[in-house]
Design a protein around this ligand. Sequence first.
Ligand code: TXA
Ligand code: MG
Length: 386
Amino acid sequence: MIGDHPHDVELAAATGAQGIYLLTGHGQKHLAEVSAMLRVWVASDLNEAVTWIVSGRDPLEGKREEIQKAAEIIRSGGLVAFPTETVYGLGADAFSPLAVARIFEVKRRPHFDPLIVHIADPDHLGRLVQEVPIRVRKLIDRFWPGPLTIVLFKREEVPDLVTAGLPSVAVRMPSHPVALRLIEEANRPIAAPSANPFGYVSPTTADHVREQLGDQVDLVLDGGACEVGVESTILSFLEETPRLLRPGGLPVEEIEEMIGRVEVGRTNEETPLSPAGCPGTTLRGRPSSSVNVKAIPAQQGETVGFLAFRESGGAMDQPIEILSRDGNLREAAANLFAALRRLDVLGLDLILAEPIPEAGLGRAIMDRLRRASHPDEWKEKQEYAP
Ligand code: TXA
Ligand code: MG
């Protein structure tokens, strides 16, 4: 049974269904009412629910006990790395400053950056922020759970360490079933940055996390490779006009379609942008779409790897990672960080990256590439030559 309302549960029970796939948005509001009666899985859309039913597989199969253990760790002030649809997060109880302090310790951040607080129910937003404007309601009805983070004025109870002393807090409801279940079981919001050491690229698999943070985390929950692959879009509502603080997994075009024009970039010291995530190897932009290795402007004897957006033919003897053979932006975003890691471990002198068309998810990908490379490497806006 797929439904999103209490009377769908009655129908499900009457027809002898074993459970119900609750759709998000409206469905989330009724989670508490339905879960007492039937087994409930939360699906982010119809397609996902149908896929689960057809495959006959419980999306959390074999994970329940581990998630319970993880939730217990969160409740007792520990750290759990967990999957989200964007990247893996390093989570702690958002209301425990001590637990949150451990996040900074493990990430070895030189300063405190504000963290995103993750919730499993849109109604819990009210516990964290002072007021939810109507246009924000509209956005979260449509895009939560998903890769959209909302910045609003915080309630006093939210610890200063979570917000780095800012009067605002960033909140999002992830769509990954493991993340949702973890937050529900922990029964409290979870503060989490991406689960990478300070300055490095974000992890998109559990192995990435284990390799880099391994024994410093109490538990790493494995939920497979992240579907979206770049971090969430961050949108601030502290001013009259909404402001895009970080392009990400939800294209800003989709947001503007719903609530009108959005300002881009930060205004003042109070709205920090997310820090850079860099591979160890020097990364440079290459303003060309043709992968002609002979034309790579490398110094003599320099070893060079190539991060290509799409397949363009021609053999290469240098290492190359192709983000998406047929130039699909979703696929490219999902592959971005893993591809950068694979190039980074080769010990090259240089990684050259091909520009991506800057529309939709392409904005987020180019934003990450700019941050990961020397500031002068990319012109402010790349023209894309197909
Ligand atoms: O997709 C994501 O957003 C992932 C997953 C784990 O949810 N999280 C993530 O967290 O990317 P992190 O810490 O790597 O980046 C969060 C960014 C920070 O760089 C910070 O600048 C911004 O969110 N941020 C957090 N609170 C803020 C606030 N109150 N005002 C402005 N920016 C804020
Ligand atoms: Mg990060």
